[in-house]
Design a protein. Sequence first.
Length: 205
Amino acid sequence: MSAPSCETCGKALSKKGARFCSRACYAEAYRLGIIDNKGLFKKGMVSPNKGRTLESWVGEERAAEIKARMSRNSKKKGDFLRTLNVRGDVLRKRKISRWFHEDVVEGIVNVLRREGWRCYILSEYIKERRTPDAILFDGKELVALEVELQKRWKPSEESMVRRLSDLNGASSFFDRTAVVFPRQGDPLEELVPRLTEEARQKKIK
């Protein structure tokens, strides 16, 4: 009888009754469909709890317990998150990411300026009162340009486009919002022309 092997990667297993060699392989098994948990929420599924309050879902007593536990967890995470602001390796990654982001914004704006668009580059924003990365004007439309780097932890592109469009639209200042999603590390000479074309033509309803 052959030795059991990991169902995800095929690595030989030493522990009796085990199906996977690591937590990473266990998590990958869910993604590949090797393990099926009917209670696991997957991308694209419509939440059955959408529009409902926590209290209406689990009751007021249980909701208070959950909120208290979440509050305790948040306080614990606060100390760790604050340490990231002084770690050299984290700050270097943030700088590189920010520089790449600025290069993409500037590249798109420079292309459109040469075509006669009036463009204004902006920088930071205040939460829920949106200031886009740049304002573009071709003589007819006033466009809010948003550059969102692709990150594993970010929401779906569809939800980000919807949120940013709603925030910019709330001002009644812009005709539309154009959101582009560059991947950090891609050559700018190839990336900027493609994203510029998207910013020029993409219509957000």
